[in-house]
Design a binder for this molecule. Sequence first.
Ligand code: TXA
Ligand code: MG
Length: 343
Amino acid sequence: MPETKIIQAADDDMQDAVREACALLRAGEIVALPTETVYGLAAAAFDPAAVAKVFAAKERPSFDPLIVHIAARGDLKNVAIVPPDIAETVSKLTAAFWPGPLTLILPKHPAIPDIVTSGLPTVAVRQSAHPVFRAVNKEFGGPLAAPSANRFGRISPTSASAVVKELDGRIPLIIDAGACAEGLESTIIAIEARAGKKPLFRLHRAGPVTKEQLQEFGRVEKARDVAGELPQAPGQLPSHYAPRTPLFLLESPDSFHPEPGKKYGLLSYRGEDDSPYVGLHEWARVEVLSPGSGKLAEAAIRLFFVLRLLDEAGLDAIIAEPVSETGLGVAIMDRLRRAATKG
Ligand code: TXA
Ligand code: MG
C-alpha cells in the first residue's frame, strides 16, 4: 500500500477532495471521509471486493455488518425494502432526522452484497448530514458502505489525525474536514409495527438522536441479543471503543483505591467546578469532557478525542467519572462502559 494521502476540504472549497475521493471509490478503493458523527471508511456498497478492503484495513471480523449511506431519501428503495406496515413510520423518521445521525435497520434489498450485511437479511441505512460526505455520496452516484475509520474495537476517530493514527499506510486517502460535530456514532434502531399502537423502536445503539427525541414517534426499548445467536450489533459487544490503557468507570468517588506508585489520569465530566473526583487524588493528568457551558453535547463531541489524549499520556490507568444518564448522557455512558476494562 502506498502512503496515505490527506486532502483538506472546507465547506466552500471541496471540489478537489470530492473528485479524488470519487475517482478512488470508482476504482474499487476505500477512502476515509468525515461525517457529522465520526470519520467513516467508505467503499462502494455494491462492490463486494471494495467492501472486503474495508474489513481488511480495519481488521474487522466478517460477522460485523456495515452501515450503508445514501445521498438522498429517495435512494432508500435501492438498498432496502420497506415493509408496508412500517412505511409511514419510516417516512416520518427520515423526514425528522435525515440527513443526520439516525440509522435504520430494514430488510435488505437483494442488490446489497452479503458481505455488507454479514449475511443478515437486514441492512443498516442512514443519510449523513456532513457536507463533504454528502457531496461525495452524491457525485459518486451510489450508496457507500462505511464503518467508523478505526481498527476494530478501538476508539472511533473524530478528526483526520485520529484516522491517521488508526489507518496510516492501510488506505490511500483521508479527506480532512476538521473535527466532527456530534462526536458519537449514530443512533441505531429497528422498527416494529404494533396493531392499534405506536410502533416499537428497538435501540441497537444509543447515539446523538436520543430516546426522548424518538419517543415522539414510537415506544423505545433496548434491543436484546438472543443468547447463542450472532450479536445483532457487534458495536454493542461489551468491549468496544477501548483505549489501550486500562479504564475504570467509577460509579462513586469512594470506590477509588489507588495502588502506590501508579500513575492515574482522570476523565472528568465538568472539571473542578462541580466534581467530587478532582480532589480525590494527585492525578497525573486531568481531562475535562465539558470545560465550557455545553455540558452533555460538548461532552459527546469531546469524548473520543479526550479518551485518545489520556490513552497517549503514559498512564497506568484512566479513571472515568460518570455523567447523568439522560439525553445524550445515555450514549456517553454506553461508550464509557464499553471502553472500561472488564473483570
Ligand atoms: O455514525 C455512524 O454510524 C458511523 C458513521 C461513519 O456513519 N458509522 C459507524 O459504523 O459507527 P460502525 O461500523 O462503526 O458501526 C455500525 C454498527 C455496528 O455495531 C454494526 O454491528 C451495526 O451497526 N449494524 C450494521 N448493520 C446491522 C444490521 N443489519 N443489524 C444490526 N446491526 C447492524
Ligand atoms: Mg465503529
